[in-house]
Design a protein around this ligand. Structure first.
Ligand SMILES: [Zn+2]
Length: 155
């Protein structure tokens, strides 16, 4: 039986910033929550995000995360251009473009291996901070044999 979702997180979820060691990130998300805007919607993205757009397709944009996870060489946000939150809203064309953007970025940056984390739906269940559908593309510094793991909140 499916329970009715009673927890509504809104555009951002300040509960999910608690595990981040950088307190500034939590402050930025709290400010966005006060403003009541979606930080990843096209008209709002540059209000709190100052990194340039690295690549743009018809469905997604790529930009460097301003608040990268610890121990990464690359932490790229791949943000769906239109505001969607659920996986079933991603069109077949968007999936194809996502693959292409990841491949191109990997090739251009000589990334031998990476991880894609895409959390979808109610952020009270995912650990994501922003509801607007996006993927986190992370890659460690592979040349450091003693590197620490990259830690991300999931669930
Ligand atoms: Zn949005």
């Amino acid at each position: 039986m499916i329970k009715e979702e009673k927890i509504v997180a809104g555009f951002v979820n300040t509960e999910n910033t608690a595990h981040r060691p950088d307190g500034i990130y939590g402050e930025v998300i709290a400010q966005i929550k006060k403003e009541g805007i979606c930080p990843f919607c096209p008209g709002n993205l540059m209000k709190h995000h100052t990194n340039p757009i690295l690549a743009e397709g018809s469905c997604w944009i790529l930009t460097k995360n301003a608040f990268p996870y610890e121990n990464v060489k690359h932490h790229i946000l791949i943000i769906h251009k239109n505001h969607i939150e659920r996986i079933e809203e991603v069109s077949p064309e968007a999936w194809i473009e996502l693959k292409s953007l990841i491949e191109t970025f990997s090739k251009e940056n000589n990334i031998p291996g990476g991880t894609i984390v895409m959390r979808f739906g109610n952020t009270a269940y995912t650990g994501a901070t922003v509801s607007h559908l996006h993927a986190n593309f992370v890659s460690p510094n592979g040349e450091d044999e003693n590197r620490e793991p990259i830690i991300a909140r999931i669930g």
